[in-house]
Design a protein around this ligand. Structure first.
Ligand code: 0O2
Length: 214
């Protein structure tokens, strides 16, 4: 396919990524402006590179004239959270948007069903309406929701996988598996610390209410 054709195909995806980034960053800002805890730490997004689209199409036997209907992650949004619990808060926020400014198509829980690589993340596939000069275009987008620890692991694993392609040395793979386990433990520890902090805060508030009653 000609480069100009790709440019034409990818334009609404760029638009969708920009709009979705603004929307999710907006949610974070809402919490921050109210001095409340935000379940969203930061948001990134990207349009899949043409070379990655071609590679994936080949791997998944997707004809190039069907990538738009069959490839769900050409537009990708990544939402990073501090705690695992926050991922489910963000999931609820997105579920509530179904039928409003986006349509939820599928959810993939790679947190409870981690991938053989050790990858953990919560994926939500949506259809998102983009207003183009030719009218509305409904396109797929993939929202990946993860903790900072999950993101740290995935970012490094992704770059190593890119470096080694299919030939990842076994020792590196083993270390990555161990690192995935360590990242998981870190998330569990942090969740417990969070519970302790919340309990302590609740106790402190109850005490100050008693003082206030006096
Ligand atoms: P990019 O553009 O480099 O990010 P699959 O072929 O099974 O991996 P599928 O079925 O198309 O993926 O969809 P899925 O499972 O929702 O995953 C697609 C995206 O999730 C990947 O994009 C990654 O961003 C992320 N992902 C999935 N598995 C792994 C993994 O084992 N390690 C890391 N680091 N990321 C993963 P791409 O295709 O890598 O493209």
């Amino acid at each position: 396919m000609e480069i100009n054709n790709w440019k034409k195909i990818l334009t609404p995806y760029t638009q969708a990524v920009e709009e979705l980034k603004i929307k999710f960053k907006g949610i974070r800002n809402e919490y921050i402006n109210l001095d409340e805890y935000s379940p969203i730490e930061f948001v990134t997004g990207r349009v899949k590179k043409i070379s990655s689209i071609l590679e994936k199409a080949k791997k998944k036997n997707i004809p190039l004239d069907q990538v738009e209907e069959k490839m769900e992650d050409i537009a990708g949004i990544r939402i990073m959270c501090q705690f695992v619990e926050d991922i489910y808060t963000v999931r609820e926020i997105i579920r509530k948007r179904h039928g409003k400014d986006m349509y939820l198509v599928e959810e993939r829980d790679y947190i409870n069903n981690l991938k053989p690589s050790g990858y953990r993340s919560y994926h939500m596939i949506i259809k998102y309406p983009v207003q183009t000069a030719q009218g509305e275009k409904l396109i797929f987008a993939e929202i990946q929701i993860r903790t900072l620890a999950m993101n740290f692991w995935a970012t490094i694993e992704h770059s190593l996988r890119y470096k080694y392609k299919q030939n990842m040395p076994e020792t590196i793979q083993e270390r990555l598996n161990k690192a995935a386990e360590a990242a998981h433990k870190l998330d569990q520890e942090m969740a417990e610390i969070r519970d302790e902090v919340l309990k302590a805060q609740a106790g402190f508030q109850a005490e100050s209410n008693v003082v206030a009653d006096i």
